[in-house]
Ligand binder design. Structure first.
Ligand code: SF4
Ligand SMILES: [Mg+2]
Length: 443
């Protein structure tokens, strides 16, 4: 293996990780970097081939190696081609590393199988967090039994695929499984990269955004749990899918929350009110919209909600558009907003960039955190000490609830009921915020 001047990192200086707080991908990136440093590879002889999903945006964090971003599940096929071309045209000087999640591995399974069968000199680092993180937390073929996701609300009834056994059965000679938090993972990855021929490391991770809210799972239990599931996978007698579905899904109560809303309040709203909330991911901006939308339905109104955030769910800006109406809502877009609430600099940047502020009319009510920089907008702008009074995580909902207290778009009783139901004893903080904010609202 060729070496070069000792590198201390292959990442970009001050690289800003785009992943949600607590995401296993942080460990993955750092361990990969550690392995490259350990091997002291010439960055020009390293090619990182990334796939889809949150892990797929890792390549932007690396400064010096070649990076190649590919399509759904096809990274291993591209890597195979790169490796063959390098072997035939360039005497196998390149180390080709596939960065793929469990979603990509499921979609492109045959490419993994074929690369293992060919024993092409490619290292596959498979980030398995048991679900599709970027697209909404749907289960994957790697989800453990009973794993609760938006697509398996009663718990997953299909045993997980055992990728290690699959590639071993295809002749792979280096196959390992490790947790992302494992301190030895950098060494394991280095060994896999140095291994001549196909190598796969399955890296078990947690997606705090989608796995933690619905499942009792933590870093420590990950290894044990997956091994147990895989053993069940090998059980000699299994119920067929239809029998299981009838018994476990149709025949048992849903494990996820039943969100059925029965209208029991009323509202004086006549027409439609279109509201944009803009803030920072993790500060309950979309939850504020969701509770407001539910309270609108409870107030016998129609309601829609549309969310936007960067590809990773829990970092960067968070935007939500909610429409409430006394009439059926046939158009869910917001051309001219009636209300815009901006609770953080990330929110301001986004509503500036996406044109929301430019589309405000002189009737638009704009409530903005008072410490934000100046911005151009035709609307009636009130600057409130949202973050000082409510903290970032309550700012959006408290601002919306105090505006609603004055304007009466939805029943305030319905909204407070939603807040109390969601936050239990902590809802008192919202009651306090609403009272504190009202004197500042000038509309
Ligand atoms: S959505 Fe899940 S997998 Fe994606 S960055 Fe967030 S925590 Fe990580
Ligand atoms: Mg995944």
């Amino acid at each position: 293996m060729e070496t070069a001047v000792q590198q201390h990192t292959y990442k970009k200086e001050n690289a800003l990780f785009p992943f949600c707080k607590g995401c296993g991908h942080h460990h993955y990136v750092n361990h990969l970097d550690e392995a490259l440093v350990k091997l002291n590879l010439d960055p020009n002889k390293v090619c990182i081939v990334s796939d889809i999903g949150c892990i797929g945006i890792l390549d932007s964090l690396f400064a010096t190696p070649h990076t190649f971003h590919t399509t759904h599940g096809r990274s291993t096929a591209f890597a195979t081609g790169i490796e063959l071309a390098d072997g035939i045209l360039n005497d196998s000087k390149l180390k080709t590393i596939v960065v793929i999640g469990d979603g990509g591995a499921t979609i492109g399974l045959l490419h993994l199988v074929n690369a293992a069968l060919m024993n092409v000199d490619v290292t596959v680092l498979l980030a398995n967090n048991f679900l599709y993180g970027m697209t909404g937390g749907q289960h994957s073929q790697f989800s453990p039994l009973e794993f609760v996701t938006p697509t398996t609300p009663a718990g997953n009834i299909v045993p997980p695929m055992d990728i290690c056994s699959i590639v071993k059965s295809c002749g792979a000679t280096f196959v390992r499984q490790a947790a992302a938090t494992d301190k030895q993972l950098g060494d394991v990855i280095a060994e896999a990269i140095a291994h001549p021929g196909f190598a796969l490391v399955e890296i078990l991770e947690l997606c705090p955004e989608w796995a933690l809210p619905f499942n009792k799972i933590d870093g420590k239990s990950i290894n044990e749990k997956l091994h147990a599931e895989n053993n069940m996978n090998a059980a000699a007698v299994r119920q067929d899918f239809t029998t299981l579905y009838k018994e476990k899904v149709l025949g048992s109560p849903k494990k996820m929350v039943d969100d059925t809303i029965t209208p029991k309040y009323s509202s004086a709203l006549n027409g439609t009110c279109r509201i944009v909330l803009a803030g920072t991911a993790g500060e309950k901006v979309q939850l504020a919209s969701f509770l407001f939308m539910k309270s609108a339905i409870s107030s016998t109104l129609h309601a829609t909600q549309k969310n936007d955030n960067p590809v990773t769910q829990g970092s960067g800006f968070s935007l939500s558009e909610v429409c409430i109406s006394s009439e059926e809502i046939l158009y869910t877009g917001i051309d001219t907003p009636d209300v815009v609430i901006i609770s953080s600099p990330e929110g301001l940047k986004e509503v500036t960039a996406n044109g929301t502020l430019a589309r405000c009319s002189s009737d638009t009510i704009v409530v903005a955190e008072q410490t934000l920089s100046e911005f151009d907008c035709a609307g009636k702008v009130s600057r409130l000490p949202l973050r000082a009074l409510c903290t970032g995580s309550r700012a959006a909902l408290s601002a919306l609830a105090s505006l609603n207290m004055i304007k009466g778009w939805v029943s305030q009783d319905a909204l407070l009921e939603m807040i109390d139901g969601k936050f239990k004893e902590k809802s008192l903080l919202y009651h306090r915020d609403i009272e504190a904010l009202i004197p500042f609202v000038k509309i």
